[in-house]
Structure formats: structure tokens, C-alpha cells
Design a protein around this ligand. Structure first.
Ligand code: SF4
Ligand code: SF4
Ligand code: SF4
Length: 212
């Protein structure tokens, strides 16, 4: 359940919610002595709405019954489609506003299963890729470079957006990259454990020298 969505729908802070329960496809929220009902599509995380593997491919113990995949790509991609639908100057302004709120806590990077470097590029001082002060320009560079680094490894788990304390819509960047990787390379990270990682192997016959 995406508490940020419930906050928007109820107009209440998550600390004010008394109880959240699920009855079939309905989600019941008790707040201020009132009971409000929502559909799962209204309150699930966007990345959960896009889930292609509700039953894991491998498991030791499966809790509950196996479920067939039923991704709702339209609902899942609503925010991204909204952003893509606005003129580029407005989109630029929107990202500037969003990234101005980033406090550079690095929670998005620390939670990410694809970000496991011993020393992240943001900690480098020679050269210094980003300044430590969370200016929006440096925050933008951090997110763009991180997004490129995790291309082909990001599984659209949505954790980076979920943990962001200031609710920056990071999945709008990471899911877009996930789709671009899928489109260009017909590759989805995390789907096949036998598949070689996309960006870490190359063929001797690669046309571009920089690969070798
Ligand atoms: S989690 Fe949010 S606030 Fe923290 S560094 Fe990432 S984008 Fe910035
Ligand atoms: S959605 Fe992608 S970038 Fe974000 S935490 Fe998951 S794997 Fe990392
Ligand atoms: S942002 Fe890049 S350098 Fe930093 S931990 Fe993630 S993959 Fe590594």
C-alpha cells in the first residue's frame, strides 16, 4: 500500500490513519472515526500495479496461493505518461522543482539492490562529479548518473521511490530507463537467472572499440 497515495486521497497525514485493512479487492482506511473504501488500483504502489511476477519464479515457502500475473500497465504508468505529456520546458521545470527538495540523504541509492559499489561516484573527490551540497543541479546529475549506472540491472522494484523521504517521483526516471532497456535490448533484469547481465559482458566482435 502506497501511504503517499492514501495521504493524497484522504487529505490526512499517515500518522493520523487509524487502520488500513484489505477486504478482497477493496482497501479500507479508518481515519478520524470514518471508514473510507478504495480500490486496490487507487492505493497500491505504481510498481506493484505493474508486477509481472506476483508468484516468484523460485521460493522455499510460498505464502498464500500462486497468483496469475495481471499487470495494469495503464494505472502503473499514469504518472509517467502525465509527465511525458507536458511540454519539455514544463517538464524541465517540474524536475527542477522536484529535485530542489532532495536532501541528498542517499536512501534511494542505499536501498537499491542494483547499487552495491564499495565507493559510489558521489563520494569521489578526484574528480568530484557532484558537489556535496544538495543543489538541484547536483541532485539532477546524481539521479541521471545513477539511473544510467543501474540500466540493465534495475528490476523496477520501486524501492528508491518508496524510501525517498520527500516523495520525489524517482520511478518516473527508473521505469523509463527500464522500458528503454527492454525496447532496445529485449532485456528485463531479474527475469532469468541464467541470462548474462546486460552491461557487463561483450563480444569480441563488438563494432565499437570502447567495448573491448
Ligand atoms: S532518497 Fe530522495 S531525498 Fe534522499 S537522496 Fe534520494 S532523491 Fe534525494
Ligand atoms: S527501482 Fe530500480 S533503481 Fe529503484 S531501487 Fe529498485 S532496482 Fe534500484
Ligand atoms: S550510483 Fe552508481 S556508483 Fe553509486 S552505488 Fe549506484 S551504481 Fe554504484
Amino acid at each position: 500500500i502506497d501511504l503517499a497515495k492514501i495521504e493524497r486521497l484522504t487529505g490526512k497525514d499517515r500518522d493520523e490513519l487509524d487502520e488500513i485493512s484489505r477486504q478482497g479487492e477493496k482497501v479500507i482506511v479508518k481515519v478520524g472515526g470514518q471508514k473510507k473504501e478504495f480500490t486496490a488500483n487507487q492505493v497500491l504502489f505504481d510498481h506493484c500495479l505493474a508486477c509481472e511476477l506476483p508468484t516468484p519464479q523460485e521460493y522455499d515457502i510460498l505464502l498464500g496461493e500462486p497468483r496469475p500475473p495481471a499487470p495494469n500497465m495503464e494505472a502503473s504508468g499514469k504518472n509517467i505518461a502525465g509527465l511525458k505529456g507536458i511540454p519539455s520546458a514544463e517538464r524541465w521545470q517540474s524536475w527542477q522543482n522536484e529535485l530542489s527538495r532532495c536532501i541528498r540523504c542517499y536512501a534511494c541509492r542505499n536501498v537499491c539492490p542494483a547499487c552495491f559499489c564499495q565507493r559510489c561516484f558521489v563520494e569521489e573527490t578526484e574528480p568530484q562529479w557532484v558537489m556535496p551540497m544538495p543543489r538541484w543541479q547536483d541532485n539532477l546529475i546524481f539521479q541521471i548518473v545513477r539511473n544510467i549506472h543501474v540500466a540493465g540491472r534495475c528490476t523496477d522494484c520501486g524501492e528508491c521511490e518508496r524510501v525517498c523521504p520527500v516523495n520525489i517521483p524517482l520511478r518516473s526516471l527508473t521505469r523509463e530507463m527500464y522500458d528503454i532497456v527492454g525496447e532496445l535490448f529485449k532485456f528485463k533484469s531479474g527475469m532469468d537467472k541464467e541470462a548474462l547481465p546486460l552491461m557487463t559482458h561483450y563480444e569480441q566482435e563488438e563494432a565499437e572499440d570502447f567495448f573491448r
